[in-house]
Design a protein around this ligand. Structure first.
Ligand code: PHE
Length: 351
């Protein structure tokens, strides 16, 4: 037997055991490279073939190729065996428990400042006996404007202020510009007495440091026999005290809203420059007046009652509407309303 034949026979006898001894894919690949790689044993034998006489070369070449094919087959078989073994071990192992708590302590979030303010304001009105109503954000023009005494050509209905939506066939619709739409909705559906609030998102074509195209309001609405401005004043005073602490003064300034008469804007004593004796020094927040405007209000206009099917001779009532962003900006000393909707953790983390 030639020395090449001997080498081939030795390799054939040895490689199955060498592959079988490889316990990992990497070990198997290394072993395979030792045989078939550029500097591998079989490759070395192949190089020896050049020295053979011509007549022997062909027969030996065939043997080499045969052995190469065998080694390749053996390699693939062992590779599949290792993969199967790994999979069987995975399946037999105790299952991975998805319910285990993570090892990384993830930071915990908290409520958005607007949600906090809304919850606080809602809680105050609930304690005073108000129910909580909801209303749609896409509203009919009649409920947002007409029934509330806005004439069709009123500037507030102008494209400047409103986002008109596609026409759904039942009358013109828009994104409500205030929560006062719930007044019309309540009165069209039920009879007094009413005492409820309605918080929610409202939309106007406005965008600067104190105005956002989407913001939140909270409307309060009371209708019954014998409701007077004194009740409105009482609710406002109680609200101011509960939100900003004892001895918070309230002041009404005459103002105009189409759906109330008389109408007023409400100021509360500035909480930022309040002295221990209750007087106000004046500061930047209140523009050195000692007063901060927080809402609009008034007695429901008789025309609104009539348009909503309620007898203004029998019933009277009041409404008030406040901007929740405004309350939050004052409470947390935020000077740009847009920060509330930018979702920047550096801002939100501060609450
Ligand atoms: N809806 C009014 C606004 O958005 C506020 C308001 C509500 C005024 C209720 C009076 C009564 O400006």
């Amino acid at each position: 037997m030639s020395s090449i034949d001997q080498a081939l026979a030795d390799l054939r006898a040895a490689f199955p055991a060498r592959f079988a001894a490889a316990e990992t894919e990497q070990a198997l690949r290394d072993e395979n490279a030792k045989i078939l790689g550029k500097k591998g044993e079989l490759t070395a034998i192949l190089k020896e073939m050049g020295k053979l006489p011509n007549e022997e070369r062909r027969a030996t070449g065939e043997k080499v190729n045969l052995l190469k094919a065998e080694v390749e087959k053996g390699f693939e078989a062992r590779l599949a065996e290792l993969a199967k073994g790994k999979r069987d071990a995975d399946l037999a192992a105790p299952p991975f428990d998805l319910t285990l708590p993570g090892r990384l302590a993830l930071p915990r979030g908290h409520k958005h400042p607007i949600s906090r303010v809304r919850e606080d304001v809602v809680a105050i009105f609930r304690q005073m006996g108000f129910a909580v109503h909801d209303g749609p954000e896409i509203e009919l023009e009649t409920n947002n404007f007409e029934r509330l005494g806005f004439p069709p050509d009123h500037p507030a209905t102008d494209m400047q202020d409103s986002f008109w939506t596609e026409d759904f066939g039942g009358g013109r619709t828009l994104l409500r510009t205030h929560t006062s739409n719930i007044q019309a909705r309540a009165m069209m559906g039920q009879k007094p007495p009413f005492a409820f609030i309605a918080p929610g998102a409202v939309f106007r074509r406005d965008d600067d440091v104190t105005h956002s195209p989407m913001f939140h309001q909270l409307e309060a609405f009371v209708v019954d026999r014998g409701v007077s401005m004194a009740h409105l004043r009482g609710v406002l005073s109680e609200f101011a005290v509960r939100l900003y602490g004892p001895d918070t003064p309230v002041r009404l300034r005459p103002s105009y809203f189409p759906f109330v008469e008389p109408g007023a804007e409400v100021d509360i004593g500035c909480a930022f420059c309040k002295r221990p004796d209750g007087t106000r020094a004046g500061c930047n927040v209140c523009k050195h007046t000692g007063w901060i405007e927080i809402l609009g209000c008034g007695m429901i206009h008789p025309v609104v009652f009539e348009q909503c099917g309620i007898d203004p001779e029998e019933f009277t009532g009041f409404a008030l509407g406040m901007g929740l962003e405004r309350v939050a900006m004052l409470r947390y000393d935020v000077d740009d309303i847009r920060l509330f909707t930018e979702n920047d953790p550096r801002f939100l983390e501060q609450f």
